[in-house]
Ligand binder design. Structure first.
Ligand code: NAD
Ligand code: ZN
Length: 360
């Protein structure tokens, strides 16, 4: 088992990565000294697969777990679902010392984390991420929240889990498309922080596409270590944490104009990262060869690297970029790469140049 610590003073916690970890969930929670009652929040795809195993593991360690199931999908990440969860917690007499286990992908993690942050003014919570995206990204760092009609992730909090348990076995049932989308975030860590990781991904991509456990274990651990380091330095995103948004300015806009239906998040940010690499070549001197390598690896991972937009769609995309919640003072700021492994945040990019990049 690999362990990555997220060092945040008295809010520090471990990310544990390996196979066969779900059966140890109870023992791991016992080590944290949590109260006996708990609620496992999961979704309609994940609960039938892993809900029983999680309940059994917790019961074996003396806990009294209740399973709360929410609908699968991004649509469920809203206030109505939060309220339904609160009502079930109340019915189960979840109390101040109780805790919440988030068992699922990023939707479950963000929503269950928000429920934990707010019910009874805050309950301890444990993340058990079951998608690749959740294991390398959303379960780590304490951003929890939900969507409004007006936009994604507009309501939320910074609320750190007490433990993150990444059981790689759970990834076996993940649909290939979802798995590839997670790889888009994995590749991102190489580009923003670690050229050695990037090289390794270029080499080991076939193994990763086969979900080879040893390759996966060490890559997930490396990604979590990078995210932990970034979060340690800038927990609430006043600066450095913004580098995690490489490729996300265009990616989020693409998701928004396609009404979050056409592209998975990972697919949209693959397109966004390739576009950001092209902009980096023009504005920061990223060698064209490296921009090509970036495009190649996304292609080899089976992810889209560009989209065909007509002129009105391009205008919509540029408009959506300016509405992104990361915009400050009306200016769209980009994360750009000087070379693979070294990025800078806060770069202004002329709109015309972005438009040109999207229309190769
Ligand atoms: N908090 C953060 O820092 C952060 C970072 C990145 C993304 N996010 C959020 O994460 C969400 C996306 O997460 P996601 O990609 O994990 O999506 P998701 O939670 O919707 O999961 C994707 C799909 O896979 C299913 N699934 C999950 N685990 C499975 C398994 N092991 N086997 C079979 N099916 C499984 C789910 O039911 C769902 O249908 C978005 O809401 C995004 O805003 C948050
Ligand atoms: Zn992302």
């Amino acid at each position: 088992m690999g362990i990555v610590n997220v060092p945040l003073g008295n809010r520090s916690y471990d990310i544990k990565i390996g196979t066969g970890l779900l059966v140890r969930l109870g023992a791991e929670c016992a080590r944290l000294g949590l109260g006996s009652r708990c609620a496992i929040i999961s979704d309609t795809n994940v609960a039938p697969r892993f809900g029983r195993a999680a309940q059994r593991a917790l019961a074996k360690a003396g806990f009294v777990p209740k399973l709360v199931t929410i609908p699968a999908g991004e649509q469920a990440k809203r206030l109505k679902t939060v309220e339904a969860c609160y009502n079930q917690l109340a019915a189960q007499r979840i109390e101040r010392k109780s805790f919440i286990v988030a068992l699922g992908g990023g939707v479950v993690g963000d929503l269950a984390g928000f429920v934990a942050a707010t019910y009874l003014r805050g309950l301890a919570f444990v993340q058990v991420p079951t998608t690749l995206l959740a294991q390398v990204d959303s379960s780590v760092g304490g951003k929890v929240g939900l969507n409004l009609k007006a936009g994604k992730n507009l309501v939320g909090a910074f609320y750190q889990p007490r433990l993150v348990l990444c059981d790689l076995d759970t990834l076996a049932s993940l649909p290939m498309r979802e798995y590839r989308a997670g790889l888009a975030e994995v590749i991102k860590y190489g580009i923003i922080y670690d050229v050695m990781l990037f090289q390794r991904l270029e080499r080991d991509l076939p193994k990763l596409l086969r979900r080879d456990p040893p390759a996966l274990a060490s890559v997930v651990a490396q990604c979590c270590a990078i995210k932990a380091e970034v979060v340690r330095q800038d927990e609430t995103e006043s600066g450095l944490r913004a580098i995690l948004n490489f490729g996300h300015t265009i990616g989020h806009a693409l998701e928004a104009i396609s009404h979050y239906g056409k592209y998975l998040h990972g697919e949209a940010i693959a397109v966004g990262q390739v576009a950001a690499a092209r902009l980096s070549a023009q504005l920061l001197g990223l060698p064209t060869r490296e921009a090509d390598r970036i495009q190649d690896i996304f292609q080899r991972a089976g992810l889209p690297t560009q989209v065909m937009l007509n002129a009105p769609q391009r205008q919509k995309l540029l408009a959506a970029m300016q509405l992104d919640k990361k915009v400050s003072g009306g200016e769209v700021k980009f994360v750009l790469a000087r070379r693979i492994g070294a990025v800078e945040f806060g770069h202004r990019v002329p709109l015309a140049m972005t438009e040109q990049t999207l229309n190769p």
